[in-house]
Design a protein around this ligand. Structure first.
Ligand code: BG6
Length: 492
């Protein structure tokens, strides 16, 4: 047990999951098909396939998740046992509006989340709720073309209005779009970039679509999402002025591959390519380099004057982030890197640090760096860490007749990251208001669709094919995290 610095009494300790990775029961009680329901299982090597509709005989892991739809009461009781102050999950849009374009919501879906939020509140756990976490109604993709269509802004508005009204006395912390910046990396056309633009925006490009066409679609979709988010912030505050509505970005600290000036500039451009989303969310306007990019390229062409009024009027209350890994950036040539041609740089492995079995660079200090950098950019803005965790292969063993996992590697990863958060708060004075680890219970991996990429303090007996008892077992990290929370971060 290492000694850490103590965090404030009201610090929000807890964990985070998402509906589509956990709930299962993908077609129960009137739920519609979501974009996560047409993703097959993949692996570190093989990207998940996006099928045209649900095809019989394919392996769709999100259809079963970990059956959280039926087990959340017992699962949340285990979170409470660990001492959780907060728990993040998402609302499946398709439980509320199965197709997305209906006038009236599905009462069964609304009632389900009523009970779930009541359960959290009874356990003394503050809900942190994401409105769109990698899922939207599949119907909005097939009939409207996903987020590039401005009509989706209105559909999202209907959805947010309904859930804000319904849960206004139960949920205070909201997040609009999960990891909205992921899609920025779709310039390097690959299986992963196809996945990211699908999960963010419901866009699937035909083979051979040019990078320019992809970029134009991505910037348009992201613009529409940002307008939708800004409207949600304004409407939410009208419904309940105490709401705290946040943006959500994946943050990955970047290092230049060498001391060459071109590499440093490439890092800066690679960052700007991802960070402008938070500028719009937080400052209510696009940064200069983006406006210049649009002047040059004509991307993000479908905008109205009202959009910019909406953006300025819907600034978020806080920033939430996920942090897993850092990266190294190298300029491909000595020419200036420009946002138009994001292919002028590439990411490399970092030979100074180790990586996970899925190639994610383990970099606790990078988290402290990122928190400082965000506070330099947005001084004083509260930051909530809503994802940080270690995906690893776990082996279920039997110890004194009880099944468990010796996950020292996970405790090491989490402890080292929490220690850096503590330095950022206690020594650097950064207003970090919570730490929600990903994912306190094993769930289906978003990126690969695997069950065997596990993050939990709680082991779930299911394999990549959905086989197993689905029973829950406490790993060694369960008692460890309980102690971390009880000591407010002193016992790591
Ligand atoms: C984030 C997502 O990208 O990372 C989560 O918000 C996801 O949904 C998490 O599960 C970890 O990624 P993966 O691919 O290991 O599940």
């Amino acid at each position: 047990t290492k000694k850490g610095l103590q965090l404030p009494e009201d610090f929000l300790w807890g964990g985070a999951i998402a509906a589509h990775q956990a709930e299962g029961y993908w077609d129960a009680d009137g739920k519609g098909v979501s974009i996560a329901d047409v993703l097959t299982a993949g692996s570190h090597e093989v990207p998940r396939e996006i099928t045209d509709g649900v095809i019989a005989g394919k392996n769709y892991p999100n259809h079963h998740g970990i059956y959280f739809y039926k087990t959340y009461k017992e699962d949340l009781a285990m979170m409470a046992e660990m001492g959780f102050k907060a728990f993040r999950t998402s609302i499946a849009w398709t439980r509320i509006f199965p197709n997305g374009d209906e006038d009236q919501p599905n009462e069964d879906g609304l009632a389900f989340y009523d009970e779930m939020f009541d359960t959290m509140l009874e356990l003394g756990i503050e809900p942190v709720i994401t409105l769109q976490h990698f899922e939207m109604p599949y119907h909005l993709v097939t009939e409207y073309g996903g987020w590039t269509n401005r009509k989706v802004i209105d559909f999202f508005e209907n959805y947010t209005r309904v859930v804000f009204e319904r849960y206004k006395d139960k949920v205070k912390y909201w997040i609009t779009h999960n990891e909205i910046s992921n899609q920025a990396n779709q310039t390097e056309v690959s299986g992963l970039s196809d996945f990211l633009i699908w999960t963010n925006s419901g866009l699937k490009f035909a083979a051979g679509t040019t990078i320019e066409a992809r970029q134009a679609a991505m910037y348009q979709a992201a613009h529409n999402e940002l307008v939708a988010s800004a409207r949600a912030v304004r409407i939410g505050h009208e419904i309940n002025p105490d709401f705290k509505i946040g943006a959500m970005l994946n943050v990955a600290t970047m290092y230049p591959a060498t001391t060459k000036p071109a590499d440093q500039l490439a890092v800066q451009k690679a960052r700007q390519q991802r960070d402008w989303f938070s500028d719009v969310h937080i400052r209510g306007a696009y940064p200069n380099e983006l406006e210049k990019l649009f002047e040059r390229t004509g991307w993000r062409s479908d905008v109205t004057d009202q959009d910019f009024i909406d953006l300025a009027a819907g600034k978020v209350d806080y920033l939430s982030i996920s942090y897993y890994a850092s990266s190294v950036i190298r300029a491909k040539d000595d020419d200036d890197s420009e946002l138009d041609a994001a292919t002028r740089w590439e990411a490399l492995p970092n030979d100074q640090i180790k990586a996970s079995d899925w190639g994610w660079a383990i970099d606790p200090q990078g988290l402290r760096y990122a928190l400082n950098e965000l506070n330099d950019l947005y001084p004083g803005l509260p930051i909530m860490i809503v994802e940080n965790g270690f995906g690893a292969y776990d082996e279920l063993i039997e110890k004194n007749g009880v099944k468990t996992v010796n996950d020292d590697y996970r405790m090491a990863y989490l402890g080292e990251h929490i220690a850096e958060v503590e330095k950022a708060v206690v020594n650097d004075g950064i207003p970090v208001i919570g730490y929600l680890s990903w994912a306190p219970i094993d769930i289906v991996s978003a990126g690969t669709g695997e069950m065997k990429k596990r993050y939990g303090y709680i082991y779930v007996d299911l394999d990549d094919f959905g086989e197993g008892t689905a029973k829950r077992y406490k790993k060694a990290s369960f008692n460890w995290y309980q102690q971390v929370i009880a000591s407010r971060g002193v016992d790591l």
